[in-house]
Design a protein around this ligand. Structure first.
Ligand SMILES: [Mn+2]
Length: 381
């Protein structure tokens, strides 16, 4: 056993760039079958506590901070007070998003509503959220189209819906250019929930869609682990494709079991091997943006349980990061990788029946390699 006992190793620090949505620790445990189980936590309270726990910053939907019916004067007062709290606790707001799903006016979509009046209202609300983000210093604007979908395909032509979706995002990039905001947009895909089927249901679909926009250079993706898993996909491969295209603008970290409702589990709490490879990918990439947690505490928890959830999210990331270092430094694992590499390099060119047969007969030794990783993750190496 080479387990470290260094207590500071798992202590989160601002330079680790951990962020939480106000809505994550602020989640009151409401679900479709039961009411809230926890009190409302004020944004100031959340900022103070997360700062004490070692986070870098918070993120928010417009209405997590400013009520939807607030006047401009009320908005300005709320923002000024919040900025004071952020400064007091040296907390950043690197990302802001817009809530286009909660209010009943969006029940049949925001950017993909069949009503041009609702679409325009949604675009205006998103622009106001961008103004809010700009005021708080955010340079990433996430768009998750929670109501951009259908229960019945009879309702609208999906090609028309995509055209409306494109118009909406084009209006926002136009606004960024016009206002000279240092802000990029990150699209977040999800296959279903709350709608029966959501448009652009995977990160891959978002990446293809981005190429059709007026300002593709201003738009990237915000993959969410749980959303990929809900679609039965491998989040590591989704994130890798985003990195490959230079489009990983932000990331939502959490966990999720297959074939279940949207669980938003604490990061790395369920799929230990999958999470390990995701952290390995991020740490070995040039992504230097926030490690953003979009998850919430179990409904069984009180407020103390919420802070345990937040603390655990960050500690787990650091523990996975340590496991990545141990993978990189493990002599036996590195020797196994080297042996595989050598065999690939030294195998014959496939220019004769004997040489082709050599490649047919060879083994890849991945069983032994995977066993080493399994034992490492179980703390046995
Ligand atoms: Mn998310």
């Amino acid at each position: 056993m080479v387990m470290t006992k260094d207590a500071t190793l798992l202590t989160p620090k601002p330079e680790d760039r951990f962020t939480f949505g106000l809505w994550t620790v602020g989640n009151r445990g409401r679900d479709p079958f039961g009411d809230a189980v926890r009190p409302t936590l004020s944004p100031a309270n959340i900022v103070r506590k997360l700062s004490q726990l070692g986070a870098y910053g918070v993120t928010l939907h417009d209405n997590d901070l400013v009520p939807m019916d607030a006047t401009l004067a009320q908005r300005d007062r709320i923002v000024a007070e919040f900025r004071t709290v952020l400064a007091d606790y040296q907390m950043a707001v690197p990302m802001v998003t817009v809530n286009l799903f909660y209010d009943p006016v969006f029940k049949d979509g925001a950017f993909t509503s069949a009503s041009s009046a609702v679409r325009q209202f949604a675009i205006n609300k998103a622009k106001a959220a961008m103004d809010l983000g700009h005021a708080l210093g955010a340079n990433i604007f996430v768009l998750w189209g929670g109501r951009e979908g259908v229960e019945t395909e009879a309702a609208k032509d999906p090609r028309q819906a995509l055209a409306w979706y494109r118009e909406g995002i084009n209006a926002l990039t136009e606004y960024v250019v016009q206002q000279k905001y240092a802000m990029r947009i990150a699209l977040e895909a999800k296959p279903n929930e709350p709608r029966g089927d959501l448009y652009l249901s995977t990160t891959g679909a978002m990446l293809a869609f981005i190429a059709t926009l007026d300002h593709p250079e201003l738009v990237g993706v915000n993959p969410e682990v749980a959303h990929a898993k809900m679609a039965g996909l491998n989040p590591v491969h989704e994130v890798a494709q985003a990195l490959d295209q230079g489009k990983l603008f932000h990331i939502d970290l959490n966990d999720q079991r297959l074939a279940r409702y949207d669980q938003d589990l604490r990061f790395g709490s369920d799929d230990i091997k999958g999470t390990f490879y995701l952290v390995k990918l991020l740490e070995e990439s040039d992504y230097n943006g926030p490690r953003h947690f979009d998850a919430h505490a179990y409904r069984t928890e009180d407020v103390e349980g919420v802070w345990q959830f937040a603390r655990g999210s960050m500690r787990s990331y650091l523990a996975y990061r340590e496991a990545v270092k141990r993978f990189q430094q493990d002599n036996e694992i590195q020797a196994a990788l080297h042996a595989i590499e050598q065999m690939n390099a030294q195998g014959p060119t496939l220019d004769s029946p004997e040489h082709i047969e050599w490649w047919r007969q060879r083994g890849y030794a991945y069983e032994a390699l995977d066993q080493l990783v399994t034992e490492l993750l179980l703390g046995m190496r």
